[in-house]
Design a binder for this molecule. Structure first.
Ligand code: ADP
Length: 159
């Protein structure tokens, strides 16, 4: 049986922090499904299909990655994919409280699904999609934060 992990999130848009986690995860699991959640962001910059397209492009050379989107509960999506693991990235202590709550809530919803936390390289541990969007709005150069085509996509949205 294949060991499949689901990496759910908003990915609005993908950053080098997300990519770092994906690259670490494919070393451990046979398949990693990066799953963009519908309705998780109130006011997203990119719609779900745009986020999926950016993720697909960013991960096209990484073996063992699939990109998808989903509605509803993460645990239901995980079971539907015959997976048992949810991957989440932990940047700083400030992520911990929310992630802890969510992992335990998901465990209550399904004992069969385990959440595994992974830490990115310290060079990405401060990166967030939200901050990048704000910085882009103020004219920042996003090199080092997101791939070039993502920077272009952000800037054309903000134009
Ligand atoms: P959310 O799912 O909370 O809306 P994101 O879509 O931004 O957040 O991120 C999805 C997952 O990736 C979350 O577990 C988040 O903590 C993690 N993540 C986001 N940015 C980074 C980063 N720079 N390094 C490591 N993990 C990250």
């Amino acid at each position: 049986m294949k060991n499949i992990a689901i990496y759910p999130g908003s990915f609005d848009p993908i950053t080098y922090g997300h990519l770092d986690i994906i690259k670490r995860a494919v070393k451990i699991f046979d398949k990693v499904i990066v799953a963009v959640a519908h309705n998780s962001e109130k006011d997203p910059l990119f719609d779900v299909s745009e986020r999926v397209a950016l993720l697909k492009k960013a991960t096209r050379n990484i073996k063992g990655v699939e990109v998808d989107d989903f509605h509803g509960l993460v645990v239901d999506y995980v079971k539907g994919k015959k997976a048992r693991v949810v991957i989440r990235g932990l940047r700083m202590i400030s992520d911990f409280e929310f992630e802890f709550q969510m992992a335990l809530t998901n465990r209550k919803l399904s004992e069969d699904v385990e959440t595994i936390f992974m830490m990115p390289s310290e060079s990405y541990s401060y990166l967030s999609s939200k901050l990048i969007k704000e910085a882009a709005g103020l004219g920042a150069d996003l090199k080092g934060f997101v791939p070039g085509f993502v920077e272009k996509a952000i800037k054309s949205k903000l134009r």
